[in-house]
Design a binder for this molecule. Structure first.
Ligand code: SF4
Length: 331
């Protein structure tokens, strides 16, 4: 259950004297849009508008669009601030999952047993913003049982927080840990953590009370990524994917890659779009795509494209600026 204090939010809207309030929701929260809009309109007298497209992170802020529509305030639900310099006043409502004590205790107990069995005494811990409260509990409980728990804080992030494109808070700690613990749901962030630090990852899901590991998933993924890089070395035509979303736009990098590919006598086309969707690129004869936007595209959606999708770093192996060993530690 997500916790949002709408009355507190309404107070803030009244204080700011906003008349037209734009709202952005991730898919999982959009079902709450009607209830939130109704309560805000009733308590503040302001009108609300809701962006219908899903947003997966604060990288996808609709501040410019909201301003153009005449809104005087943007409410961005589900994520913490990421890019700053918003084009109009913005409130980030992080939407935390309510702590279910039974479930979290059950999951911590399970994790303790697994760690003991695997003789792991020191872990580094990371979480998505919705589960930071749970993460504090996990951390405290593990410490009480004598485990070493390492955590850090990345730039623009809260303590423990990780994003699929930013694990900087764990950088120093991961090296000193025997394993990593991800607190959250889904596997995307846990896979990202495993790839970034090449350590075993335990996933503790406070919503279901379960504990899992990535198992062979990471090894399989690494093998697949390496085969894509090898394929790209012989490829002739590259599609460089650039998103216009403010926190994902990386045209500068795409232009640099284009220049390097030309030196290798490889043709490339830079494609610009807001959402990077596989159907945009059908029938264009592209041998390999290079994704410069959200890393989720190369990891989660890659199979929907009609050619392999490389990350920037993987393409840097193709243009000989990096080596495969710089990206993946091969056992
Ligand atoms: S992982 Fe992707 S969706 Fe999440 S903040 Fe980073 S760029 Fe945005």
């Amino acid at each position: 259950m997500i916790e949002i204090n709408i009355s507190k939010l309404a107070e803030e809207i009244k204080k700011r004297k906003a008349k037209l309030v734009a709202m952005q929701f991730p898919d999982g929260l959009k079902t709450k849009a009607e209830e939130i809009a109704d309560q805000i309109e009733k308590e503040t007298g302001a009108k609300t508008i809701v962006f219908a497209e899903p947003c997966f992170g604060a990288c996808d802020l609709k501040d410019r669009e909201a301003k153009e529509l005449g809104a005087d305030l943007l409410l961005h639900f589900g994520h913490s601030a990421l890019i700053g310099n918003e084009k109009l006043p913005t409130i980030y409502i992080e939407a935390k999952y309510r702590v279910n004590k039974e479930k979290i205790k059950k999951a911590i107990k399970k994790l303790e047993e697994i760690l003991k069995k695997e003789r792991i005494q020191r872990v580094a811990i990371g979480a998505t913003v919705q589960y930071l409260e749970h993460t504090k509990i996990v951390s405290e409980e593990l410490e009480k049982k004598g485990f070493g728990v390492l955590s850090g804080k990345g730039e623009m992030l809260a303590s423990y927080q990780v994003l699929g494109c930013n694990y900087s808070g764990m950088e120093k700690q991961a090296d000193k840990a025997q394993a990593l613990v991800f607190v959250g749901d889904g596997r995307f962030h846990a896979i990202g953590m495993g790839l970034e630090f090449n350590k075993k990852v335990f996933i503790i899901n406070p919503s279901s009370g379960t504990v899992n590991t990535l198992g062979l998933e990471k090894e399989k993924l690494v093998r697949k990524r390496i085969s894509f890089i090898e394929h790209a070395k012989d490829a002739k035509k590259f599609g460089l994917l650039v998103s216009t979303k403010p926190g994902q736009q990386n045209l500068k990098k795409a232009l640099e890659i284009k220049e390097e590919l030309e030196k290798k006598e490889k043709k490339s086309i830079i494609f610009i779009s807001e959402n990077i969707l596989p159907e945009h690129y059908i029938g264009l004869g592209i041998d390999v795509f290079v994704n410069t936007a959200c890393p989720r595209i190369a990891l989660d959606d890659e199979s929907k494209f009609n050619a392999p999708v490389l990350s920037i770093e993987e393409c840097e192996v193709v243009i000989e600026k990096k080596k495969i060993e710089d990206l993946f530690i091969l056992d």
